[in-house]
Design a protein around this ligand. Structure first.
Ligand code: NAD
Ligand code: UGA
Length: 431
């Protein structure tokens, strides 16, 4: 059992803290957002993540997990301090490290003895060393720095953490690496020990590589449409080669979310700062930016004119099983639809409240998918929620004014849609 403090109780901090508590450690999660901590202390989880509510409440009840705004007290009571604050995109694409340095300073000011300080946030190479210098300037006490990047996905975060495929541990001293490796023992995962710098780079390289797979298959999808091939068959056929792998070859409207867009931009910035070519990453970003407008062109093509038309948008979150709206395609596309004169009715099973903070346009939000599609001239599918994929197609057909579906997530088979009589336009497959 170790005593841990986790600074920053967002997606990563809350999941990390809860999972470490669940395997038997004593964990205090801290945040500067007092309302978030107040809610957590009442057992209210500020984000939607399957299974998280139960895990938090159980571990609180068992006395292994606590929440506070008192970072100094949490640091004093802990041996290992995890930094899990945000590293958002700054206007130039660079990772904004303001929160990292603020957290580091508050740790240094509270330290009274030896600590292991672990950066879990995604940070540019060299950040661990700068944080080490900053902390040393503010405390006489000894400490070691560790980079232990996070690889969880939203929507499957608990599973990704509890059954993690690997833990990457980069440390300034082997005693700190030993401690963090030992902390991971209950996860029975593969531990890969590296330098601080390599661990930081692994995180960006891994995300950029996954983003590259997505942009690659989207480019192939666009080519499939022009040549008569079917991208679903192409990606399955490619993925049967174990050197390629079947994952992250799902063509669609491009990647969104809080990480791939920000991390690919940050990597591009690091390249330009280091004088190294970023041609490939530039292309990945550019392909992704264009991909979300592919569905808009398909919709325009199907309807001719959007003025006065009613469009049902199905799915607002950047992916299923989350309410996260950061860099969600819907945030770009709904204003475009409205600007072209369309009336938008939007449905999402979980993200409606969050979506209202991100979409300023005057649109109608519905809790019921069938209410959204009633009398619509077209349906635009932006998130492949199970609710959308299991829609009653006969009922959909009977409710819509025109049976036009533009699907950015390839939720249905072409045969199924044509047998129901829909005009169905998807990604990388013939209409
Ligand atoms: P988030 O925005 O959800 O949460 C960050 C939290 O840190 C907020 O609650 C904020 O109030 C708090 N905070 C900011 N400054 C603080 C300070 N000085 N002291 C205490 N708390 C402070 O962010 P997130 O999505 O959890 O991401 C955190 C980091 O993890 C980022 O670097 C991100 O790239 C990385 N990451 C995220 C994911 C993901 O799926 N969201 C996955 C892997 C890695
Ligand atoms: C991603 C990575 O998968 C995690 O390993 C990483 O820890 C995290 O970023 C991070 O650094 O924050 P996440 O953004 O939660 O996780 O979700 P993903 O499942 O990776 O999806 C990202 C985006 O890519 C979504 O918009 C999704 O729709 C899209 N995607 C994904 C595709 O378009 N095609 C695919 O085949 C896979």
């Amino acid at each position: 059992m170790r005593r841990l403090a986790v600074i920053g109780t967002g997606y990563v901090g809350l999941v990390t803290g809860s999972c470490f508590a669940d395997i038997g450690n004593q964990v205090i999660c801290c945040d500067i957002d007092a309302s978030k901590i107040e809610k957590l202390n009442q057992g209210i989880i500020p984000i939607y993540e399957p299974g998280l509510q139960e895990m938090v409440v159980n571990n609180q009840a068992e006395g292994r997990l606590a929440f506070t705004t008192n970072i100094a007290e949490a640091v004093k009571q802990s041996d290992i301090i995890y930094i899990a604050v945000g590293t958002p995109m700054s206007p130039h694409g660079e990772a904004d490290l303001t929160y990292i340095y603020a957290a580091a300073k508050s740790i240094a000011e509270a330290m009274q003895d030896y600590k292991i300080i672990v950066i879990k946030s995604t940070v540019p190479v060299g950040t661990g060393r700068s944080v080490q210098m900053l902390i040393a300037e503010h405390t006489p006490h000894p400490f070691d720095m560790v980079s232990n990047p996070e690889f969880l996905r939203e929507g499957s975060a608990l599973k990704d953490c509890m059954s993690m495929e690997r833990a990457v541990i980069g440390a300034t001293h082997s005693r700190a690496a030993d401690a963090i490796e030992e902390l991971h023992a209950p996860f029975r995962t593969l531990v890969y020990r590296t330098s601080l710098e390599s661990a930081e780079m692994i995180k960006y390289a891994a995300n950029a590589f996954l983003a590259t797979k997505i942009s690659f298959i989207n480019e192939i999808a666009n080519l499939c449409e022009e040549t008569g091939a079917n991208v679903a068959e192409v990606s399955t056929g490619m993925g049967l080669d174990s050197r390629i792998g079947s994952q992250f070859l799902q063509a669609g409207i491009g990647y969104g979310g809080s990480c791939f867009p920000k991390d690919t931009e940050a990597l591009r910035f690091i390249c330009s700062k280091s004088g190294v070519s970023s041609r490939l990453i530039n292309a990945v970003i550019e392909t992704n930016a264009k991909q979300r407008y592919v569905v808009l062109n398909k919709l325009q093509h199907a309807l001719g004119n959007m003025q006065g038309r009613t469009i049902a948008v199905l799915g607002l979150a950047f992916k299923p099983n989350t309410d996260d709206m950061r860099y969600a395609p819907s945030v770009d596309l709904i204003p475009e639809l409205v600007a072209r004169g369309a009336h938008v009715k939007a449905y999402d099973p979980i993200a409606l409240d969050e979506a209202k903070k991100w979409i300023q346009e005057d649109i109608l939000y519905t809790q019921d998918m069938y209410e959204a599609v009633a009398d619509a001239d077209a349906c635009l599918i932006l998130t492949e929620w199970d609710q959308v994929k299991s829609m009653d197609l006969a009922r959909l057909y009977s409710l819509m004014r025109q049976a036009v579906i533009v699907d950015g997530r390839n939720c249905f088979s072409l045969d199924e849609m044509s047998s129901h009589g829909f005009y169905y336009s998807s990604i990388g497959r013939a209409v």
